[in-house]
Design a protein around this ligand. Structure first.
Ligand code: PLP
Length: 367
């Protein structure tokens, strides 16, 4: 098999994002022939023995990575993270109840809008006043009592902010998290959550599939008068195979899980992610030419680093010249402007160094 690495570039995309190259090589092999079955992964029945092994291993490795307690279920669901925005309130929120939401960015707002279709929403805190450039401090979190659940977005992909620690709602309030852009990027204590979900396309695999980790008693407390596909219990009872699931996404997530384990699991991954983020933030903090958009150190994302150039007119040429130099997808989201480097798990420290070297060169020519 020839290697594809020579033609690849540094891909700082916010999602779908770069995947580990060793995983892509394995996928290339298994697309043709999975485990010497003479059938590729895309062509296997989702109910056959070969796929049983794929999904069983994916779940077992996921459980191992996050040390998931036995009373939690691991689900691979279709529709991505946005599907969870309405599936959660559909299951757990009713017109006579209220859910707590922390409003820290575009994705939180979208989740809130869906929840309002089912019941009331109490805003625990919001960073809307400063264009979501910070995470409100714990003493600003005003939880309600008796909320159906409390929802937060652990990492705000667009604004480059991230919770350092989980919010702490009252003890009887189930904690729900959209971890789409930082799942398995650091250690996690699953027992703090009732439900945690993530679209796969950043740290886990292909788009269109969500990993959902849900406490069984919480899942069973959900509405029973929903369409079958919308009830978590359906997917629990059928092992994520009520209908034909996204078999390839489950396969690929399984390969990524094995890759995470090979990196030393979450402690190893967290360590390298901290190093990568520190390199880039140090560069930005020490520069008179570039600056980070998130100034509060405790709010800074280690996954999506947003920055700008003091002379705004230089941002377009920066992005164009970076593209030409093989540093792709650095354009920031339009609501922040400037640049965003998404440095998820699969981005190597060498890619971060390549970006920093380019930043130096660009500054020398234009500073
Ligand atoms: C934090 C967060 N939540 C939700 C989503 C939406 O995910 P999906 O496109 O899988 O619905 C995204 C997508 O970028 C995201 O970054």
């Amino acid at each position: 098999m020839t290697t594809a690495t020579s033609a690849r570039v540094h891909n700082f995309s916010a999602g779908p994002a770069a995947l580990p190259e060793s995983v892509l090589e394995e996928a290339r092999r298994d697309l043709w022939d999975l485990h010497n079955t003479g059938i590729g992964i895309l062509e296997h029945s989702h109910r056959g023995g070969a796929f049983d092994q794929v999904i069983d291993e994916a779940e077992a490795d996921c459980r191992r990575i996050a040390n998931i307690p036995d009373n939690y279920k691991v689900l691979f669901l279709q529709g991505g993270a946005s599907h969870q925005f309405f599936m959660i309130p559909a299951n757990f929120l009713t017109k006579d109840r209220s859910a707590d939401y922390l409003n820290t960015g575009v994705w939180s707002k979208k989740a809130i809008a869906e929840a309002k279709l089912y019941g009331s929403v109490h805003t625990v805190c919001s960073s809307d006043d400063k264009n979501f450039s910070y995470i409100p401090a714990p003493d600003k979190h005003k939880f309600s009592s008796g909320a159906a659940y409390c929802h937060f977005t652990s990492n705000n992909t667009i604004f480059g902010t991230q919770f350092r620690a989980e919010p702490t709602p009252p003890a009887n309030t189930p904690l729900v998290c959209d971890a789409s852009s930082d799942i398995f990027s650091r250690r996690i204590d699953i027992s703090k959550y009732a439900l945690i979900y993530a679209g796969a396309q950043k740290n886990l695999g292909p788009a269109g599939c969500a990993l959902v980790i849900i406490r069984d008693d919480f899942a069973q407390s959900g509405s029973e008068s929903l369409p079958t596909m919308l009830q978590y219990r359906t997917h629990i009872d059928e092992g994520s195979r009520y209908n034909t699931p996204n078999t390839f996404a489950i396969y690929l997530m399984g390969r990524v899980f094995k890759w995470i384990i090979a990196q030393g699991g979450l402690p190893g991954i967290e360590d390298i992610n901290e190093q990568k983020a520190k390199l880039l933030y140090d560069e930005l903090d020490n520069s008179d030419f570039y600056f980070p958009t998130v100034t509060d150190h405790g709010s800074r994302s280690r996954m999506n680093i947003c920055f700008r150039i003091r002379d705004e007119a230089l941002e377009k040429p920066f992005i164009q010249q970076a593209e030409a130099a093989g540093l792709r997808n650095l354009k920031g989201h339009r609501s922040v402007g400037g640049m965003r480097a998404s440095i998820y798990n699969a981005i190597s420290i060498d890619s971060v160094r390549a970006l920093i070297n380019f930043m130096h060169d660009f500054e020398k020519k234009n500073g």
